[in-house]
Design a protein around this ligand. Structure first.
Ligand code: AMP
Ligand code: FE
Ligand code: FE
Ligand code: ZN
Length: 317
């Protein structure tokens, strides 16, 4: 299969992007617009991975049919680890599964409460943004800190969303509000129990992999989560240097995890924001993810409903 050369470090001839957000969470483009942009940029397979929502998958799938693109239904979940960011991606989730849908709905309700708490905290700091405006910016999607960041930019409190995170919204910043929620193990298990492939997102948000302690903690965490069903880790990620990609690829190979990744596109208007397809894994990672779901499903007494009629293949066959 072509495009399987991991030496290209995920940058040349990218056909796969497994991390994209839409207006169903904190992305600024609708699913249709994300599909159109991805097609223009030469992508063949993309995953829609909104925070706590699979609501954008149906629209993306119909738009993709017209563009010859394949959509992998996905989701991004954040988990509760004291003092750290640990996000998980789930691939081949079933957007029509009612029990999964209810769980996502509860997580979105938590986001709503936390969003209001952030706005209150800002108010106490003398930084005034209206909750109604934040809610409006989020539309029908999962509300997140980027919506608050956009409201702060509109009011002139920051030049771009990243600056709003650096000043107010980031971890350890004055308007930060913790979310609690699922532990990483529970989240991996929840995804896996619903037939999805669980993947560790942007590992450098979790630890500094440039130091020995960080790398050791990442390795230990990955091994523990692998026991609960984790199958992959993001390696080819927007903004990663070649050195980081090489280091993560070696770790993924060592631990038997599928090397995944993507741009984590949001379109928020930050400087140097990665575009869809600026980076991504080889097609073989997609096939490995799908195989991991199929294998698990065939071991069950009642295999899950098949959500994809045929295997995804490289564009060359
Ligand atoms: P939330 O889901 O509300 O916790 O917000 C998390 C989202 O905010 C991430 O998916 C990113 O889009 C964005 N984000 C998180 N941390 C930062 C940061 N330090 N700078 C800019 N954006 C961030
Ligand atoms: Fe986000
Ligand atoms: Fe994330
Ligand atoms: Zn993301």
């Amino acid at each position: 299969m072509k495009n399987s050369d991991s030496k290209n470090l995920g940058r040349s001839k990218v056909e796969v992007d497994l991390h994209l957000h839409t207006t169903h969470s904190d992305g600024r483009l609708s699913p249709t617009e994300v599909v159109e942009l991805s097609a223009r940029r030469g992508l063949k397979v993309i995953a829609v991975t909104d925070h706590d929502s699979t609501d954008g998958v149906a629209e993306a799938t119909s738009a993709a049919r017209l563009k010859g693109l394949t959509i992998i239904p996905g989701v991004e979940l954040d988990t509760s680890v004291p003092g750290k960011e640990l996000h998980l991606l789930g691939y081949f989730v079933d957007p029509e599964n009612a029990s999964f849908g209810r769980k996502m709905e509860r997580l979105r309700e938590d986001r709503e409460h936390r969003g209001k708490m952030i706005v209150d905290k800002l108010e106490k700091l003398g930084v005034s943004v209206s909750w109604d405006r934040v809610r409006q910016l989020a539309g029908d999607g999962s509300i997140g800190r980027p919506h608050v960041a956009l409201a702060l930019v509109e009011k002139g409190y920051a030049q771009h969303p990243n600056e709003a995170f650096n000043k107010y919204l980031g971890r350890n910043k004055p308007a930060y509000v913790n979310r609690g929620g699922l532990t990483p193990k529970e989240a991996v298990k929840m995804l896996t129990d619903h037939g999805a492939a669980a993947v560790f997102a942007h590992p450098t948000f979790f630890v500094d992999i440039g130091c020995v302690e960080g790398k050791t903690l990442l390795r230990k965490t990955l091994l523990e989560l692998k026991d609960s069903g984790l199958v992959g880790m993001e390696v080819f990620y927007g903004g990663y240097t070649d050195e980081v990609v090489r280091s993560l690829k070696t770790m993924a190979d060592d631990l038997g995890l599928i090397a995944c990744g993507g741009s984590d596109y949001h379109g928020l208007g930050n400087p140097a924001e990665p575009e869809p397809g600026s980076v991504g894994p080889p097609m073989e990672s997609v096939n490995a993810l799908e195989t991991s779901c199929v294998e698990r499903s065939s071991r069950r007494a009642y295999p899950r409903r098949h959500i994809r009629p045929q295997r995804i293949r490289g564009s060359d066959n």
